[in-house]
Ligand binder design. Structure first.
Ligand code: CTP
Length: 403
């Protein structure tokens, strides 16, 4: 996903420096071209050879190294960089960058990158140092100049204290980099609402009715929309997967809660994608106490829930694109086409539970995209690739709408 992208990692003197080896490796596996710049102090914590082995690129420390590939290495690096992450960022380096001091390879390169590419800074230090008003003031100054400060975690620190100042995990730093540079930002400025997972309808305080949805497909749509630059709200029922980072998560347990959450989020949405498996019926009454078993059978009276998608279709805002899902076990295309018309949708994603590789819990899907103009059946793809194809179709529909 990061093929052709150049990532600069600035490592300063902090015990958290060792984590950057894992991060460099994750980035290289995604085919990024990674160069690590270290302060002299950082070399006390991790050997430059570690980074050189992992990235295949020379680790840069000394501005006046005469073995550089280019004569003004920091400037040529800055010209190629797609993103810079300074992590762990010590109080000292934060202070230097915020106050225009560039006295080594790392700080001169960061200075040369300003206004060329995004610069992320992940502070890591003792809580007292982190909370020092001078450090906070310097971080504020960086934010003012457009740098992104990645907030440190709270936890056990190397000095033995517990508090704020812990550098986030490699995965979190990777997510930040990915958000900045992965894929074209063709959804920038758009608000996207996605629903995912299964609703649960209470029978009594211990029992409920639900379905097999895991939330994988909806989360894939939310993640790809976020990476493509959209502001994403994910309204989710029960899920077995973690929601993607950088999306606003609104939990909704029942169909009624999901209806309220989606209705309000959709007010200002440009695009709504309804991947959640919503209950069509709920118990007519919810028992206040646990229902005790009786001799003989039990019949539960069920009542209809509101069809959220039909409501959205009936109240569609000008310029809003509405995408539904249809999971069927028979007559896939006829049923899906019926839902497209009845619910006033722009697009419906149809899949059959009978197709191998499609459906609940798996990482792949086989879907047909139906619009008023026709149907396109996609091959077996990962759920993330499927999500991209759905979003591609939505982008096309919005362009056609404008034209
Ligand atoms: N949906 C919804 N609200 C409901 C039920 C379904 O918003 N109460 C949405 C789902 O999120 C999905 C689409 O409607 O995007 C299709 O769901 P599905 O259960 O396949 O279809 P139904 O319209 O409920 O039709 P049927 O039960 O006849 O298959």
């Amino acid at each position: 996903m990061l093929k052709g992208k150049t990532v600069l990692l600035g490592v300063t003197g902090s015990i958290a420096a060792y984590k950057i080896a894992g991060l460099a490796s994750m980035l290289v596996k995604q085919h990024a071209d990674v160069t690590v710049l270290m302060t002299q102090n950082a070399t006390n914590f991790i050997n430059p050879i570690t980074f050189e082995t992992l990235t295949g690129n020379k680790c840069l420390i000394d501005t006046f190294d005469r073995n550089f590939q280019y004569s003004v290495e920091h400037v040529s690096l800055a010209k190629r960089a797609d993103v810079v992450l300074v992590a762990p960022a010590s109080a000292n380096v934060i202070g230097k960058i915020a106050n225009g001091i560039a006295d080594d390879m790392l700080t001169t390169t960061v200075m040369a990158c300003a206004n060329r590419c995004p610069i992320l800074v992940a502070p890591a230090m003792n809580t007292n140092m982190y909370e020092n008003p001078i450090v906070q003031d310097n971080l504020q100054k960086l934010r003012r100049f457009g740098y992104t400060v990645i907030e440190p975690d709270s936890g056990y620190l190397a000095c033995g204290d517990t508090g704020r100042g812990k550098m986030p995990s490699e995965q979190v730093l990777f997510d930040w980099i990915q958000k900045e540079i992965a894929c074209e930002k063709d959804l920038h400025g758009l608000r996207v609402v996605v629903t995912a997972g299964a609703t649960a309808e209470k029978i009594d305080p211990v029992r409920f009715i639900t379905n097999h949805s895991t939330g994988k497909m909806g989360c894939a749509v939310a993640k790809r929309a976020m990476l493509r630059g959209a502001t994403v709200t994910l309204v989710c029922g029960r899920m077995t997967v973690e929601p993607p980072p950088f999306v606003t998560v609104v939990p909704a347990e029942s169909a009624a809660e999901m209806f309220e959450a989606v209705k309000s989020a959709a007010e200002s949405a440009d695009i709504v994608v309804k991947a959640a498996a919503v209950a069509d019926y709920r118990p007519k009454t919810v028992a206040a106490e646990k229902m005790k078993k009786q001799d003989g059978d039990l019949t539960l009276a069920l009542e209809r829930t509101t069809d959220i998608l039909a409501y959205l279709g009936a109240h569609k805002k000008t310029g809003q694109t509405l995408c539904g899902f249809a999971m069927e076990t028979e007559n896939l295309l006829e049923n899906a086409a019926g839902k497209l018309r009845r619910k006033n949708l722009d697009l419906i994603v149809a899949n059959s539970l009978r197709t191998p590789g499609a459906g609940f819990g798996v990482d792949t899907n086989v879907v047909t995209l139906l619009t008023a103009d026709g149907a396109e059946t996609l091959p077996l793809l990962s759920k993330e690739e499927t999500a991209d194809r759905i979003l591609d179709r939505i982008v096309e529909l919005r362009k056609e709408d404008k034209a």
